[in-house]
Design a protein around this ligand. Structure first.
Ligand code: GLC
Length: 653
């Protein structure tokens, strides 16, 4: 957009750029800057316009973008241009992701590079490499307490190793996702250390206070994230003689985005990692970026403005790079992290679908789809050119972040229902064979989340212990059912490492003093590659899971209707045990695929007449794309086995 004030400012800024920037050929940079500058100026002004040094800060912002642009490899710049031309590339059904800790998966970054062919064998072509940056030993929060944003943990690998990994992945047409922890640093980061030693400039990088007056005001409305291990949101720092805001652990200091210098530093970090070859950046804990007294300090409007501004700046410098919003918040809030508009107020292209994740676990515990159906029905429609990351579990605990109103509509009382789910998944409920553990129990609210590996949560651990073939069979079916749901929903499926071979809870963390009080480590496994070999033994649990998932992923990639163009229709049907939705081909509006999942342990039937004339299923018979077979129909009744699922097309297609 052309607007005089911002464009004359832009010309002024360009005149002030350092000569080494000014002299270089920046054609693409300038066209993109021109196109995005109105929004950049507008947002930067909204956030920092009242400051005397506003113009200086703007110069610094543009300089940061230009410098990183000049540092960007030709190969990456070419990819930027290709992705600009094909801007829907990431909505394709051809992507299938996995999140993994490189250390647990393969020891090191180089080890991971050697194992890329294993991931390809499964069909994975997007890898979220969990945090690899320098963190203090013993106070790392699994890599999320960073003490140097530009250096790796040398036990896992070096920057060169990362660049080599990125290059190898590019050759294999695989996407690399890396984390950027935007909300906080470790208390050992040099900014924190300088703040500690009394440098005011760096104290202003954080929220620090000389007494409890303001912290107490904040505390009135701020929830606690780790109530058991890190109660409260402020920590007294003896050396600094001040209170500092620490929303997560007491060694994670929250960054103060009221200060434009913080914004520019963190933008520089984002661009740095884009330039190391990351295709996607996972922005950690984005809901927390702005703090305001009297609020929960989550999902504030300014947090969104910051993300919009970061996106606009990246569109200028590294336009091929996408953002994932890690915002594990209520459904109506999650949706806002895509932005308000796909072009003029864009934030993140991808967001964790925590709602779907939690609802799937509800269906597992209740063995029906009542809440799952309601929760998805009430999930607000997302923007075009935005997509979900659909997952069953990740490295974090499972939070029951669905809506109380939906719980009531499903016929349950919210508090009692949440208790039931926790009891079920932690094996306290009669008839449950789940072996999870409660995480983050809050004595004041009674809330808890759940830790545990997928296989242990669905009863595989118990089944194997008991040597019970029937229970083992059920657990395998349930693991495949859950994956069939994330693979067909619309968005990028994100598997979790180890789940493809049924990795059970790992209790080794209990022997490591600085991990022992964080049971999320029970589901952050070290892969046993001898166990992985069992995927080649016919009939083994590993083989059944691995081959089942491999097949599903391969089939997913061939189904155009599974690309994500908001082309999903949830179908309300009479049988509450089933979850049924229709995916239509976004290009032709034909070739619809009917997805049916049965969350019950008994066979269920679906009356195809209930579908009306959608897709004309049933008239000429149906075919299941997963098995390649035609499931039997009794009149118009489709029978779905216990924990069964179908991806159905009309037989004539
Ligand atoms: C994110 C991470 C989680 C971490 C938290 C604080 O939610 O996924 O593991 O504890 O941020 O950085």
């Amino acid at each position: 957009m052309y607007e005089q004030i911002s464009h004359s400012l832009l010309n002024e800024i360009l005149d002030q750029l350092k000569p080494e920037i000014y002299r270089r050929d920046l054609r693409h940079f300038y066209t993109r800057l021109g196109a995005n500058f109105y929004a950049i100026h507008y947002l930067f002004h909204l956030l920092y316009g009242s400051r005397d040094d506003f113009k200086d800060q703007m110069v610094r912002l543009v300089e940061t973008m230009a410098t990183q642009y000049l540092l960007r490899d030709d190969e990456l710049q070419e990819i930027d241009v290709q992705r600009e031309q094909n801007h829907n590339w990431f909505l394709s059904q051809e992507w299938a992701g996995m999140a993994l800790y490189p250390e647990g998966f393969a020891g090191t970054i180089n080890g991971l590079q050697e194992r890329l062919s294993y991931l390809q064998e499964l069909g994975i072509n997007m890898v979220h490499v969990m945090p690899i940056l320098k963190c203090p030993k013993g106070a790392s929060d699994g890599g999320y307490a960073v003490s140097d944003f530009r250096d790796t943990d040398h036990r896992i690998g070096t920057l060169d190793d990362i660049r080599a990994l990125a290059a190898s992945m590019r050759q294999r047409n695989m996407l690399l996702t890396l984390d950027v922890v935007l909300n906080h640093t470790s208390d050992q980061h040099q900014w924190a250390q300088k703040a500690r030693s009394g440098e005011e400039r760096y104290q202003d990088y954080y929220y620090t206070f000389e007494n409890r007056e303001i912290p107490d005001m904040f505390e009135e409305s701020m929830p606690e994230i780790f109530p058991q291990t890190a109660p409260g949101n402020f920590t007294w720092d003896e050396a600094m003689g001040r209170w500092v805001m620490t929303v997560f652990n007491n060694y994670q200091w929250d960054l103060n985005y009221n200060n434009p210098a913080v914004f520019i530093e963190m933008l520089d970090v984002i661009l740095f990692w884009a330039n190391q070859g990351a295709d996607i950046l996972r922005l950690d804990a984005v809901a927390f970026l702005w703090k305001k007294i009297g609020t929960t300090c989550q999902n504030e409007r300014e947090a969104h403005l910051i993300l919009q501004l970061m996106k606009d700046c990246c569109q200028v410098t590294v336009p091929g790079v996408l953002f994932i919003a890690e915002a594990i918040v209520a459904p109506v809030e999650v949706i806002k992290y895509f932005g308000e508009d796909a072009i003029i107020a864009k934030e993140c292209e991808i967001a964790y679908n925590a709602t779907y994740m939690a609802l799937l676990w509800d269906a597992v515990a209740t063995k029906n789809s009542r809440l799952l159906n309601l929760g998805i029905l009430n999930l607000p429609t997302k923007l075009d050119r935005a997509t979900w990351l659909n997952y069953i579990r990740c490295h974090d605990d499972i939070g029951l972040g669905f809506d109380d109103t939906d719980i009531r509509l499903a016929g349950y009382e919210p508090a009692a229902h949440r208790h039931f789910i926790i009891d079920y998944l932690t094996g306290q409920h009669q008839g449950s064979s789940a072996q999870g553990q409660p995480f983050g129990f809050n004595g004041k609210t009674g809330d808890a989340r759940i830790s545990g590996s997928l296989a242990s949560l669905v009863g595989l651990e118990q089944a194997l212990e008991e040597g019970d073939p029937e229970k083992t069979e059920q657990a395998i079916r349930l693991i495949l059912l859950l994956h069939s749901m994330i693979l067909s929903f619309g968005g990028i499926p994100l598997l979790y490492y180890g789940d493809e071979i049924g990795t059970l809870n790992n209790y080794d963390y209990l022997n490591v003093p600085d991990k022992a009080n964080d049971n999320r480590w029970m589901h952050r496994p070290r892969i046993d590659w001898q166990q992985v070999e069992k995927r080649k033994q016919r009939g083994s649990v590993e083989q059944r899971l691995f081959d089942g998932l491999q097949k599903l992923i391969a089939v997913r990639k061939t189904i155009v209707a599974f690309a994500d163009f908001n082309n999903r229709e949830l179908l309300t049907i009479a049988n509450p045990n089933l979850f049924v939705f229709l995916r239509t081909n976004p290009l032709q509006h034909t070739d619809s695929v009917l997805v049916v999942g049965n969350f019950n342990t008994a066979p269920q039937s679906l009356n195809l007449e209930e579908l009306g004339n959608r897709g004309h299923f049933g008239l000429g018979g149906v075919k299941d794309l997963c098995s390649g077979r035609s499931p039997s129909l009794f009149k118009d009744q489709l029978v779905i086995p216990p924990y069964g699922f179908y991806w159905l097309i009309d037989h004539r297609q």
